[in-house]
Design a protein around this ligand. Structure first.
Ligand code: XMP
Ligand code: MG
Length: 173
């Protein structure tokens, strides 16, 4: 497999993001944050990111969506498969996503949280594929940009496989 980002490179970047996000939140006077991971791809990034954030109170929550099934191309439809167990109203929320491709998933969730009365909504995505990104999807924090190849590892999967790889690699055809 062709490795795009190795373990150390990822570690360094996630630390930077954690510092940057914490600094921005502190400037905005936010000391309580709901970190909302989009299942399943974000779980490794989220676990590493929250441990690099210096925010007094972090409530970790998860939301399940599916837009792909087992295919490697978006179906263009976003389906909620696991809802929050917690009300969003009044909370400052950081959405944590594995990868933004068309951005459909993220803008769907941004709208959902805004409708439900979140106090503020920020997004952190580990990877972004800028080529197909819709402009109605706002990305506040991006780990790395990638091209159009299908990538796996560090939480990202192909039909459920490779999430456990500590690096990001291009899926061979
Ligand atoms: P959209 O188009 O809604 O897609 O931004 C976001 C979701 O698509 C999945 N995705 C990928 N998953 N390698 C993956 O493992 C990829 O290269 C890739 N591109 C998109 C991902 O589940 C994300 O949540
Ligand atoms: Mg996936």
């Amino acid at each position: 497999m062709k490795v795009l980002f190795d373990e150390q490179t990822i570690k360094d970047r996630v630390s930077e993001l954690g510092k940057q996000i914490s600094g921005d939140l502190e400037k905005s006077g936010i000391s309580e944050l709901m970190v909302l991971g989009i299942l399943k791809g974000s779980f490794i990034f989220m676990a590493d990111l929250v441990r690099k954030m210096d925010v007094p109170f972090i409530d970790c929550q998860f939301l399940g969506v599916s837009s792909y099934g087992d295919a490697t191309e978006s179906s263009g439809e976003v389906k909620l498969t696991h809802d929050l167990s917690h009300p969003v109203r009044g909370n400052h929320v950081l959405i944590v996503e594995d990868i933004a491709d068309t951005g459909l998933t993220l803008s769907f969730i941004q709208n959902l949280l805004t409708t439900r009365g979140a106090a503020s909504v920020r997004t952190a995505t580990f990877l972004s594929k800028p080529q197909k990104l819709h402009n109605d999807c706002r990305l506040d924090y991006v780990g790395f940009e990638v091209g159009n190849d299908f990538v796996v590892g560090y939480g990202l999967d192909a039909a459920g496989n490779y999430r456990q790889l500590p690096f990001v690699a291009v899926l061979p055809h």
